[in-house]
Design a protein around this ligand. Structure first.
Ligand SMILES: NC(=O)c1ccc[n+]([C@@H]2O[C@H](COP(=O)([O-])OP(=O)(O)OC[C@H]3O[C@@H](n4cnc5c(N)ncnc54)[C@H](O)[C@@H]3O)[C@@H](O)[C@H]2O)c1
Length: 424
């Protein structure tokens, strides 16, 4: 697509429930703020009747409505589709669109496994169509500022990142569809987890901030990992991982959906001359021997934070130069996908025994399951650089599994599945 005309980019959104509602708000908020701009011309959901609050509004705006994605792709004036869809549809629906000559904005995470990601790259290359991955933290000004400062050496040579986040998720979160918390749906890997869904933004951000140049993501080469589930799900709701990257940086990541207190993401980058804290609304730095300094603050609300994604996606689809942000391409998300698949392959998911959990009732979200005292365990492990089992604070914790990710290109299946196939 040429950058020389200012025709709007004609967009179709597939999926109208869940996160798609935020996508529609983002598009509305972006409206005429940026060039090039998106024009919504088509929308699709399996069940349009379930979105009766929205469909008349869309129809009034001249948006064509579909219950079948293949039909939407035949719309005579479609430049790009945005796919806020279940993870298992990301790869097949991306491939279908680009094969039909239509560009794609695919929601994060890119796919349910790395093989699907490589397949998306192959089909995209055959088609020549652009594919953009919707990680809104990357084009946001706080990330641009953080990466710029790191590249300028503000904390010296970057050595390590630590990420912790406790985002409670209730039973209704896991019951809202047929793929939440699942390993696989039908024959397609989903690997839905904090690391491959709600908190994937920040794992991806860690890898980006540790990358050796402005547009580079760090490439993980070794992973130690522990996985647990307090909820009755197939995959995990709690993870502790330690990563070594090919550029010699390291990272520790502790994420849970099974604690009562919400906190984080707390992201700390350690350099040989100081420390940087990236927070949702500001960046702080402490150079060795100096006081902590706030070097960047913004007052963006949630939608405003996501506007940079709309702008960045539009420029990318239009074929314009990156304008001071890094574009999140399919290739940019290979490091994240290596970590997600590697974790699943390296260790089984262990159940947290019932005596170490409790159920609480949240007035707005209903019942939820939490691991007793997990908030304190997170602090102890992140402060001490410990794996969960090394803390001695969780009696149920098991030694971590490990995997070499140096030349990792294909997912062999979760450790549980491998054990089953090895044992016949
Ligand atoms: N970028 C972010 O901050 C962010 C936040 C939340 C979710 N997400 C991502 O958005 C995606 C969707 O998540 P969700 O929680 O909204 O999922 P969901 O399952 O709750 O909703 C998906 C929607 O897609 C529709 N749908 C399902 N199959 C379809 C098909 N074959 N054709 C057309 N429509 C279909 C469903 O009817 C539903 O309305 C996921 O990839 C998730 O990771 C991104």
């Amino acid at each position: 697509m040429s950058s020389s005309n200012s025709k709007p980019i004609r967009l179709g959104v597939c999926g109208l429930g869940g996160y798609a509602r935020v996508v529609l708000k983002m598009l509305q908020a972006a409206a005429d703020k940026f060039e090039p701009r998106f024009e919504l011309v088509a929308a699709c959901d399996l069940d349009l009747a379930a979105h009766g609050d929205l469909t008349p509004v869309l129809k009034d705006r001249g948006v064509s409505l579909y219950e079948n994605y293949a039909e939407m792709l035949k719309h005579p004036a479609l430049d790009v589709v945005w796919l806020p869809l279940p993870i298992q549809l990301h790869a097949p629906y991306t491939k279908q669109a680009v094969a039909a000559g239509i560009a794609v904005i695919c929601e994060k995470p890119t796919a349910g496994c790395i093989d699907d990601l490589y397949d998306m790259i192959k089909v995209r290359d055959e088609s020549g169509q652009p594919v953009f991955i919707s990680y809104h933290t990357i084009p946001h000004s706080a990330c641009v500022k953080a990466k710029t400062l790191l590249m300028e050496g503000v904390i010296g040579k970057v050595q390590h990142a630590s990420l912790v986040a406790s985002w409670p998720r209730h039973l209704q979160y896991y019951n809202r569809n047929n793929w939440a918390g699942r390993l696989k749906v039908d024959q397609t890997w989903v690997l839905d987890s904090p690391m491959n869904n709600a908190l994937s933004h920040f794992v991806n951000l860690v890898l980006y901030l540790l990358g050796s140049s402005f547009d580079a993501w760090a490439d993980p080469c070794w992973l130690d990992v522990e996985l647990y589930r307090a909820n009755k799900i197939e995959n995990f709701d709690t993870v502790c991982a330690q990563l070594k990257n090919c550029n010699k940086t390291t990272a520790q990541v502790i994420l849970t959906h099974a604690a009562k207190k919400q906190f984080g993401p707390e992201l700390k980058i350690v350099g040989d001359q100081g420390v940087m804290w990236w927070e949702q609304d500001r960046i702080r730095i402490a150079r060795h021997g100096e006081a902590v300094e706030v070097v960047y603050e913004h007052g963006d609300d949630d939608i405003a934070m996501r506007l940079s994604l709309v702008k960045s996606a539009a420029r990318f689809i239009y074929g314009m130069p990156a304008d001071g942000v890094s574009y999140t391409t399919l290739e940019s998300t290979i490091p994240h996908m290596k970590v997600v698949c590697g974790a699943s392959e390296a260790t089984p998911v262990y159940d947290v025994p019932a005596e170490f959990t409790y159920t609480y009732d949240d007035p707005s979200n209903g019942p939820a399951v939490a691991i007793k005292g997990f908030e304190e365990v997170i602090s102890a492990c992140s402060d001490g650089g410990l794996m969960l089992h090394e803390s001695g604070l969780l009696q149920f914790a098991k030694p971590h599994g490990s995997i070499d990710l140096t030349d990792y290109v294909s997912f062999a299946g979760p450790a549980e599945y491998q054990a089953i196939s090895t044992n016949g």
